[in-house]
Design a protein around this ligand. Structure first.
Ligand code: NDP
Length: 419
């Protein structure tokens, strides 16, 4: 018997919950807790008569450690799966520490208020020392390592697709195909079309912050930073076709560089259409991507949060989105003294995802690995006290579950490389 507390009930959570309910032998009881309890009740109503998983719901403000501790203490889960926003990572980790419960998430910490002077001071020091300026980084959560070890609990960080599956692909490539990996290119292609001139596929605030920031990549032991969208390549993606892709900073680069010091270069590319980029630039130029609060007609608003209210809810894109995603990693390295390259990727169809769980593929490709990570922790297959990224565990059971639960992968031993 196992009991999982899931925090957040947006696009990613609704897929993860649906997938947990397909595995009611492992997820015997789940509690869905979020800021808006009605969303949790709606998800429960859709699923409860199709599964043996016993679903309960609760209202929680995950910015409050006290509310979280009360909820965890009364529900008594074995683990907490955080599918709220990266802003809540640290309060949820604090609550897990106090209640001695395992913690799992899909995105590393970033602050909601990037003008907060205490955070800003640490951030600016980190930018100088490490050489990348993204608002998010792993240092905050890695700092919990000793505390989690002492408490005898684990934190599994970043079990979405990227980070998550891309990191597990790296561990799998290393275990089965390479003696040493020297180059990794992570390619994230969304060939889907939702028919809107502009919408984001996951939380708009988090998505636009990430995409409008400077790019960066890891090379020869240090970060190389670029202007936003400075590096562009074209790539022909299997089952999608040719797309323009742009180099972004991405969080798994940081953990892969730490866990695989042999890797000489790690880059991350994401595809964007011209319409998306033009809209984003325009919104940025007029100040709509700002995260700083401002007064408007006597009320304080944050421009990017106001923009979020105007944009389509990512969860509503499901029925409109056609096409496929293709996300994977191209590795180059050495096996038995010979140079070799390998491409591991997954192709996911937006319409198939919608048919199965009522969501588009971006939520699906994150929600399924969130469920897999949680299942491995609950079953004790991935279990160690401390704070870990997914590539630090045996990749094989995770890779098997990807094939079983909707994200089958392909190994191409003769890939076209990105220059
Ligand atoms: P959504 O905005 O759709 O959902 C977020 C959910 O969190 C909502 O239910 C929201 O509640 C809830 N929430 C927000 N703040 C609080 C709070 N203070 N207390 C309680 N609940 C709160 O986001 P997504 O589902 O698109 O994304 C979820 C997570 O997945 C994010 O962290 C995102 O970065 C991550 N992600 C990871 C990816 C990966 O591959 N690793 C890819 C895509 C996303 P309400 O409904 O009231 O607003």
């Amino acid at each position: 018997m196992s009991r999982l507390l899931i925090i957040g009930c947006g696009g990613v959570a609704s897929v993860a919950i649906a997938k947990c309910c397909q595995r009611d032998d492992i997820f015997t009881e789940i509690c869905i807790a979020s800021r808006t309890k009605e969303k949790c009740d709606d998800v429960k109503a859709k699923l409860q008569d199709k599964t043996k998983t016993v679903i309960t719901t609760a209202k929680v403000n995950a910015d409050s450690k006290e509310e979280l501790v009360n909820l965890i203490s009364s529900y008594k889960p074995q683990a907490v799966l955080n599918l709220a926003l990266p802003y809540q990572d640290l309060t949820i980790m604090d609550a897990c520490l106090e209640t001695k419960v395992d913690y799992i998430d899909t995105a590393n910490y970033e602050p909601e208020d990037t003008d907060d002077p205490t955070w800003r001071e640490i951030y600016e020091k980190r930018c100088k020392e490490k050489g990348f300026t993204a608002y998010f980084d792993y240092s905050w959560q890695w700092d919990y390592k000793e505390k989690f070890e002492k408490a005898g609990i684990m934190a599994l960080l970043g079990t979405g697709f990227d980070p998550g599956v891309t990191s597990v692909f790296t561990a799998y490539a290393k275990k089965h195909y390479f003696d040493e990996i020297h180059y990794v290119d992570i390619l994230d292609c969304n060939g889907g079309d939702h028919g809107y001139p502009f919408a984001t596929n996951f939380n708009p605030e988090i998505n636009l912050r990430e995409v409008s920031a400077n790019g960066s990549y890891w090379e020869d032991g240090h970060w190389v930073e670029t202007e936003p969208m400075e590096i562009k390549r074209e790539f022909d993606f299997a089952q999608v076709g040719k797309k323009d892709m742009y180099l972004l900073h991405h969080e798994e680069i940081e953990s892969l560089a730490k866990n695989y010091p042999e890797i000489k270069r790690i880059r991350f590319f994401m595809t964007f259409g011209q319409s998306y980029l033009t809209h984003m630039k325009c919104l940025e130029n007029v100040g709509m991507l700002s995260t700083s609060p401002m007064m408007f007609e006597g009320k304080e608003i944050v421009p990017i949060q106001f923009l979020k209210a105007l944009l389509p809810d990512p969860a509503s894109l499901g029925p409109r989105t056609k096409g496929k995603t293709n996300i994977g990693c191209i590795f180059t390295g050495i096996k038995d003294g010979k140079k070799k390259s390998l491409y591991i990727y997954n192709v996911c169809d937006h319409e198939e995802c919608y048919k199965e769980v009522g969501s588009q593929a971006v939520s699906y490709t994150t929600g399924v690995p969130a469920m897999i990570g949680a299942s491995l922790v609950l079953q004790g297959i991935w279990k160690k006290a401390g704070v870990f990224n997914v590539e630090e565990f045996d990749p094989d059971p995770y890779m098997e579950d990807l094939n079983k639960y909707g994200l089958p992968w392909v190994v191409d031993e003769n890939p076209v490389l990105v220059d």
